[in-house]
Design a protein around this ligand. Structure first.
Ligand SMILES: [Zn+2]
Length: 973
């Protein structure tokens, strides 16, 4: 195969699209609209193949809807907000070797450019440019007239309007809440601020205060109800601990816990520092049971986990059980220590069905764990925790709470101990460790007077659920994650002290953070077009956007007030103001929002929340696609693995269309897809082949004669059902199925069609007409996925206009032909059966005879199908019924035997196949006669066709009697 010039093909069509303004979309009252958006990119690095998946699916969706007659809008902006650009620019300024290496070796940015990238905004401009070029080069049908960035003045004004609105309507709270925090930046952190883009999850645990006289030993636990089962405390003898004044008390805690507590608004002064060893074998009092318990050594205790002191519940905590078991077996204990430890026995406090008195012992045995450093203890702990939480009942040892379910007892104990001053709250990062982009470990911090968006408001949650319930979620499997996220979201810090973005309008020390300034920007695409188009009208407000009144946005997005009043106030013409409003109500709501699955729990859920708050119900979002990631040769993509390929490099290397299909073809939406070079090579070959065949067909022209052979009808019937499959799949964005149908299934059918026809001859003039129809349809069906190749096919076949503007193929009932499909399946079956006989016998055939089943067999077979369709499948009755027909009875036992066989086949057959065969008046003899040339060509032998039971038929070996309907008997000589 000669090297195919992908770049030339892409440039050619991209120019034509631009010239024809295929991607530019304005309101059109005569057509229904479709509004697609994808999460706007963050320009602190180039996009890579992984990003390509989301935007390619969105583009395929946009192109599909355009072809189905929708006036489709697919715009794009750029998200500059937040700290990632700062962090990246800073690391580059410091010549961070990792960043320098990534920039030079992976991104291939010349070092001379580094100076200009050290300033965050210039870095953003650089990558924005690069990303935009990539999106054009891969052929996304984006309306670039609507492009904006989140630091544009007018965008800032839009966000301030939105936040003032939220504040006025009670969605913003100010308060003291725990937030995930970077101690280095002294700033809250969210998903976009962390390495690996992880959203920190904050959990609340209980610090239970054990006492030794006046000295408090606080232990952090998520299961305060197990305090009745505490047998001892654990400390790590090799870690540093301190005695400190904490608020009004004397506490013993690990050195690391000092910072943890300080971040959570405790006043602390450290008085003494020492090793944990010093605490061992002392005794103290359980604040709930008043039991006297010892402090024992354990190495699994982490000093940065909670207070660095752990309450031990060996009856119900696998770690504690394992540590105790090891300690009891320790040969180096003194006699006193032995005496102490022998008295320590697990105490059961929760009854759990299917478990003994000590569920922890059971589960440690089940997992086969023998070491307290075994990482499987994490899983064992989660496993037991969940079982006891959902099915456990407090027993007699937890006296006041005996008989209560675990969850209920937990709440009651927290309440009781808090009231008695025996319990304090401690917040922890549940999914730790999480690292800030600056390299510092993320902690929980309590900020006074921080600004929050109150996603915890139950009324708001109800609205969000209402919206979700009406939305299309693709893949549908993801819906539960949304339900969970809507429930889970609570007050969320919405402003930061540093970073790019919009200042909080009423408290300008704060900058609105990235996940909060990106929840309703889809509406801004409408306005952005006018800012560019009618820039003269807005020039004044570009310079001092603060002069643009809220009434402007109120009118455009909420329909409040009047255009006249705004014109008077702003001098922007009424025509423009009304135009924007009209365009907004035309395109809104968003029909489909695209993103990768990692944004479900944050961005996509907040997007739902905010739309339900600000907009009336008819403008709520209608659908979300959250696709899986892209793996690189089965491995996760990461900078450290150096397996990231920037998108533009990949386009240059593989071609836009092979790349588009490469990131979509190995998995359905919910799964991660695997990208591999060998796969792309196969795709390239298939696409090149499509172009070559289309060109050949185009050059040949199509003769006038229309065709109607069974084979032609079969091809068109198959093509038609492929169109139906592809349409249903595209509607659900099951793109892998579309690719399989277009690139593989139709391809196989076409190959069979050509093979059946044999060498090109005058006698089959309909061939090219049929093939042209096949390729026309293929070009249209592949157009959303491989738009450049599709245009080239479309034009080569001699079509006018662009395939991007052509109609998506409709299912045509009149082309469906069960008889033709059944006929071809007989030929295929017979071909396979013959080949199998030749293979098994090793014969080189001179003559092959096919015997079609006798008419009485067809009669029985049809009766059997009828009966199976009605699902009356009593074999005895069926045979009786058959034998009641005099004609069939006269055949005797063979008829009864065949009836038994036929009814079994008919009931076991796939429903679809059965339905297609019912009532088919098939002339199998004719079908076989017609295919004689074909079989003769395939097997290089003379072919005879006869019917079972006809006296004239040559049947020396008595083969004909094994013939069955749809399965002729075969005799090879
Ligand atoms: Zn940081």
């Amino acid at each position: 195969m000669a090297k195919f010039n992908w770049r030339a093909l892409e440039r050619k069509w991209q120019k034509k699209w631009a010239w024809a303004k295929v991607d530019q979309t304005d309101p059109d009252a005569r057509r229904p609209k479709y509004f697609v958006t994808a999460a706007y990119p963050y320009p602190n690095s180039p996009q890579h193949i992984g990003h390509g998946r989301t935007y390619t699916i969105a583009d395929a969706n946009a192109r599909f809807h355009r072809m189905r007659g929708y006036n489709t809008l697919y715009p794009m902006g750029f998200h500059y907000t937040g700290t990632p650009l700062y962090a990246m620019a800073k690391r580059l300024s410091q010549n961070d070797p990792e960043i320098v290496k990534t920039f030079t070796e992976v991104y291939r940015i010349p070092r001379q450019k580094f100076d200009q990238l050290k300033e965050p905004k210039r870095m953003a401009e650089y990558f924005r440019n690069d990303i935009k070029k990539g999106m054009i080069e891969i052929g996304y049908s984006i309306d670039w007239r609507r492009e904006f960035t989140t630091i544009d003045h007018m965008y800032n004004r839009f966000i301030q309007w939105h936040f003032r609105w939220l504040n006025q309507h009670g969605y913003i709270t100010q308060g003291t809440h725990p937030v995930a925090w970077c101690p280095n930046d002294k700033n809250p952190v969210g998903t976009v601020d962390t390495q690996g883009d992880i959203e920190p999850e904050i959990g609340e645990s209980s610090l239970i205060k054990f006492r030794q006289g006046e000295i408090v030993y606080p232990t952090a636990t998520l299961r305060p109800e197990t305090v009745f089962g505490v047998t001892n405390l654990w400390v790590n003898p090799y870690d540093r601990y301190v005695q400190a004044r904490v608020d009004e008390e004397q506490w013993i805690i690990s050195l690391e816990a000092v910072a943890t507590l300080e971040h959570q608004n405790h006043r602390i002064s450290v008085e003494r520092e020492f090793f944990g060893e010093e605490l061992l074998w002392k005794t103290l009092t359980n604040p709930v049971t008043q039991a006297i318990i010892p402090i024992l050594p354990a190495t699994f205790v982490e000093p940065d986990n909670g207070s660095g002191i752990v309450m031990s519940v060996p009856g119900h905590a696998p770690y504690d059980y394992q540590a105790l078991t090891e300690l009891k077996a320790n040969p180096s204990l003194t006699a006193h220590e032995k005496e102490v430890i022998e008295k320590v026995e697990p105490i059961s406090v929760i009854a759990l069905e299917g478990f003994s008195e000590s569920p922890a012992a059971d589960i440690v045995k089940k997992y086969g764990i023998t070491d307290q450093k075994d990482p499987r203890l994490v899983e064992a702990t989660k496993d037991l925790y969940s079982k006891e939480f959902h099915g456990g009942i407090m027993n007699e040892n937890a006296k006041p709470y005996a008989g209560q379910p675990v969850e209920q007892a937990r709440q009651a104990i927290i309440q009781e101990l808090t009231n008695a001053g025996k319990l304090a709250k401690l917040y922890e990062i549940l999914n730790k460790p999480i690292t800030c982009r600056c390299g510092t470990r993320v902690v929980v911090h309590i900020v006074d007077n921080q600004w929050f968006i109150n996603y915890g408001d139950p009324e708001w949650k109800k609205q969000a659920h209402l919206c979700l319930d009406q939305m299309a979620i693709l893949p549908e499997e993801r819906r539960n994650e949304f339900n969970y996220a809507l429930d889970w979201l609570k007050e969320r810090a919405c402003a930061r002290k540093v970073g790019l973005g919009t200042r909080l309008p009423w408290d300008p020390d704060w900058i609105i953070e990235a996940l909060s300034d990106s929840v309703i920007y889809m509406a801004y695409y409408i306005l952005a077009k006018y800012l560019a188009k009618d820039w003269v009208s807005f020039k004044r407000f570009e310079k001092s956007p603060e002069d643009l009144p809220d009434a402007f946005f109120d009118y455009i997005f909420l329909g409040e007030g009047s255009a006249e009043a705004i014109t008077r106030e702003t001098r922007i013409s009424k025509r423009i103001i009304e135009g924007i409003r009209k365009e907004f109500t035309y395109f809104y709501p968003v029909d489909m929002r695209h993103s990768a699955k990692d944004l479900v729990s944050n961005h996509l859920s907040m997007y739902i929340f905010h739309h339900t708050a600000l907009f009336p119900r008819n403008l709520w979002p209608k659908g979300i696609v959250a696709n899986g990631f892209v793996l690189m040769e089965r491995a996760k993509m990461s900078k450290s693995l150096e397996n990231i390929i920037p998108l533009r490099q990949a386009i240059a290397k593989f071609g836009a269309d092979p790349l588009r299909i490469g990131v979509l073809s190995t998995a359905e939406l919910n799964q991660d897809t695997d990208f591999s070079e060998s796969l792309v090579a196969t795709i390239q070959e298939r696409l090149v082949n499509l172009v070559a065949q289309s060109r050949k067909l185009g050059r040949r022209g199509v003769s006038g004669k229309s065709s109607s052979s069974t084979l032609d009808r079969w091809m068109l019937s198959r093509l038609n059902s492929a169109a139906q499959t592809a349409t249903t799949a595209m509607e659900k964005l099951r793109v892998r199925e579309v690719i399989n149908t277009v690139l593989y299934q139709i391809e196989n059918d076409t190959a069979w069609y050509q093979r059946r026809l044999g060498p090109r001859k005058k006698s089959h003039e309909g061939r090219d007409r049929v093939l042209k129809q096949v390729f026309d349809l293929k070009a249209r069906m592949i157009a959303p996925l491989a738009p450049h190749v599709a245009e080239e096919m479309w034009a080569s076949l001699g079509n006018k206009g662009m395939v991007a503007k052509a109609d998506w193929p409709e299912f045509d009932e009149s082309l469906h032909d069960s008889a033709a499909e059944a006929a071809e399946s007989i030929i295929r079956q017979t071909l396979d059966d013959t080949a199998e006989i030749l293979r098994a016998t090793g014969l080189t055939p001179k003559r092959i005879t096919y015997y079609s089943a006798a008419p009485w067999k067809w009669r029985i077979y049809q009766k059997a199908l009828d009966m199976a369709v009605k699902s009356q499948t009593d074999q005895g009755n069926f045979i009786k019924d058959v034998m009641s027909e005099p004609e069939l009875r006269s055949i005797g036992k063979p008829a009864a035997d065949f009836a038994a066989k036929a009814i079994m086949q008919a009931t076991q057959m796939k429903e679809e196949l059965r339905n297609s065969r019912v009532g088919l008046g098939l002339k199998e003899m004719e079908i076989l006669e017609d295919a004689k040339d074909f079989f003769s060509r395939e097997f290089k032998a003379e072919i005879q066709v006869g019917q079972e039971g006809e006296k004239t038929v040559n049947d020396p070996k008595d083969r004909a009697r094994s013939a069955e309907p749809f399965r002729p008997a075969i005799f090879v000589e």
